[in-house]
Write a protein that binds this ligand. Structure first.
Ligand code: SF4
Length: 286
């Protein structure tokens, strides 16, 4: 088997990330881009790739890390987020669920079948709020091709067709306080992200979240990895199929957002999901 050439591999990854950014107009000139940086391999590659492209494409870069309060797990990711941003000279802003909502994910987890439900809601909430406060024009996440295919199939299996609107490499601004999310790794396989980290000797947070075993996503991920091994190209084919099959209409007609009566953040109903969850968890904790 031929060994991989690091230079060629890096060039190929960079070229494909740049193509997604250009083909789907993810970044405009003079944009202020905030990277959601967990310290894991996907967000670290996103940070390095955007750092390399920022002068060429003329945009500003900063990073935001969220501490959800997962004891014995999140600390190491945060350490790596700090180290990588320091090395690249990128400003890092840290927000914690404890400071912002007076609770931790470890406290919230026991009231849900899977901890990923409150984790997803609170993380999206904190990232968007921080990005908006920092006047970011876009929030870049480390979602790769595998994540996208898993999310699509999860929504499909739950008949949650409203979530189809969240697919694609770019989510438009649908409320003045909602920072559009972009996914520069949209066409990159998770395996390739891992290879990038190893070839370039980049330390990334590899530990598995203690709650991962409870998630539907992790079952689906194992299943898709098995399929991909038997039939290489399956994941890309699924992504191509849903792009061809579904129309993603994100116009204001389909998604109407208001402001949460408690915190003022964007919400589709009077109380946003994060405030509703906080209220429920606080009642249970009393
Ligand atoms: S596995 Fe679930 S609980 Fe753990 S970080 Fe991911 S979304 Fe959060």
């Amino acid at each position: 088997m031929r060994s991989l050439d690091r230079g060629d591999f890096n060039q190929d990854i960079k070229k494909r990330i740049e193509s997604v950014i250009k083909d789907y107009h993810l970044i405009d000139k003079e944009d202020r881009i905030a990277v959601a940086l967990s310290g894991g391999k996907d967000s670290v590659l996103t940070l390095y790739a955007l750092q390399e492209l920022k002068n060429k494409l003329d945009f500003e870069l900063l990073a935001i890390s969220v501490d959800e309060g997962i004891g014995g797990y999140r600390e190491d990711g945060l350490r790596l987020a700090r180290e990588h941003s320091l090395k690249l000279g990128i400003e890092l802003v840290e927000v914690s669920l404890k400071d912002e909502m007076s609770l931790t994910l470890d406290q919230a987890a026991k009231f849900y079948q899977t901890a990923c439900v409150p984790c997803g809601v609170f993380r999206r909430y904190l990232l968007n709020r921080a990005a908006h406060k920092l006047s970011a024009d876009k929030l870049a996440t480390g979602h790769n091709l595998d994540d996208e295919v898993q999310s699509f199939l999860m929504s499909f299996a739950r008949a949650d067709t409203r979530r189809f609107n969240k697919f694609g490499p770019k989510l438009d601004r649908i409320h003045p306080k909602m920072v559009p999310r972009i996914k520069p790794l949209w066409m990159i396989l998770e395996k390739e992200v891992g290879i990038w980290a190893v070839l370039n000797d980049i330390e990334v947070h590899m530990a598995e979240c203690p709650y991962a075993y409870t998630s539907f996503r992790s079952n689906l991920k194992n299943y898709l990895n098995g399929l991909e091994e038997k039939r290489p190209g399956t994941k890309r084919n699924i992504l191509n199929s849903f792009q061809k099959t579904f129309r993603f209409d994100r116009s204001e007609k389909t998604i109407k957002l208001y402001e949460c009566e408690r915190c003022g953040e964007p919400s589709s109903i009077s109380l946003c999901k994060a405030c509703e969850m906080k209220e429920k968890i606080e009642k249970e904790l009393k």
